[in-house]
Design a protein around this ligand. Structure first.
Ligand code: AMP
Length: 303
């Protein structure tokens, strides 16, 4: 099953208490599609500028990601600069340069318009809407966003959300979007905007997934060394949605398994800068952590 993603392809400059990196491969669509590619075929829609390193394109192509929708435009690639203090749960954005994304008007090919699974990764909600409008009969639409867009393009975001089945979003952003401090109430408000399923990312505290009939709590995978949390959310989304696209099932058990696969994928990303850890990842490492998380979270009623 092929899934289509639109989002940012970026060059990130990131500083954490453990080191720093300049102009490294990043962007919501890169983390998402690399992670999803372990489960499903992926078609990427995004834009890059002049001088975007060819090795990054080769890496994405090497993961079998379809790059027909990766447009090259004159100008600079999207750039994000961020920093983390010892509390790695919160990224501080120092600079966001949309660059070639400012003029990006994606025109989907006939093949892309046939996509059944669509992921609107974190990018301008107007772009998300434009892409979604071109897909003929989407079966399942998921979406991510961030404070930058909730604050700056709220109306466009609410318009997009009306067409979304699954929203994957940070805890603080659910509160901001709902304008409601209590997370449970905030989730209900946001589900009222359209998405029937909500996966709330809570950094090192894991994920809360609200669906029609239940709430599922998954802890983060316990790691001794977290190096750089950038991309954890997008990698989670890639594992979550990639698994759903592969199984074509939305029952409660599948949603829970998807949440655990997302959690496992994110746990690898944070071990190194950029996509470095995902570059060496293999399926048996994913299976091992999946089983470990299962063992960690199983409990029974008292006799
Ligand atoms: P996260 O998974 O939330 O840590 O996402 C980090 C990625 O989001 C980085 O690689 C950035 O390039 C990208 N990013 C940061 N700000 C934006 C933005 N305003 N729009 C789209 N992508 C962004």
């Amino acid at each position: 099953m092929s899934l289509l993603v639109v989002g940012s392809v970026a060059l990130d400059s990131v500083a954490t208490p453990f080191g720093k990196v300049d102009d490294a491969l990043g962007g919501s669509a890169c983390y998402f599609s690399t992670s999803a590619s372990f489960f499903s075929d992926v078609q990427l829609v995004a834009v890059i500028g002049d001088h975007f390193p060819e090795e990054h394109v080769d890496f994405l192509a090497g993961r079998n990601i379809n790059l027909d929708g990766l447009q090259r435009s004159p100008g600079k690639t999207f750039r994000w600069e961020g920093r983390y203090e010892y509390d790695l749960n919160e990224a501080q954005t120092l600079d966001t340069r949309l660059n070639v994304f400012e003029q990006f008007r994606p025109q989907l090919s006939e093949t892309h318009r046939e996509a059944e699974y669509v992921f609107l990764a974190n990018i301008d909600p107007e772009l998300q809407f434009e892409v979604l409008n071109q897909v003929k009969k989407p079966q399942l639409v998921a979406c991510d966003t961030m404070n930058f867009w909730i604050g700056g393009k709220r109306d466009a975001l609410i318009r997009t959300l009306a067409h979304v089945d699954i929203l994957i979003i940070n805890e603080a952003e659910v509160r901001q979007l709902a304008d409601e401090p209590n997370l449970i109430k905030a989730a209900e408000v946001v589900r009222g905007f359209g998405p029937r399923i909500l996966a709330v990312k809570r950094g090192e505290y894991g994920v809360l997934m609200f669906s029609e009939h239940s709430v599922f709590a998954a802890p983060a995978y316990p790691l001794e060394s977290v190096f750089d949390p950038t991309g954890a959310g997008d990698t989670f989304a890639g594992g979550f949605f990639g698994y759903l696209a592969a199984t074509r099932n939305l029952d409660d058990a599948s949603l829970r398994r998807a949440t655990i696969f997302g959690t496992v994928m994110a746990s690898f990303t944070v071990e190194k800068f950029s996509l470095e850890r995902l570059k060496t990842l293999n399926h048996s490492e994913i299976e091992d952590r999946y089983k470990h998380l299962q063992a960690m979270t199983t409990f029974s009623l008292p006799e």
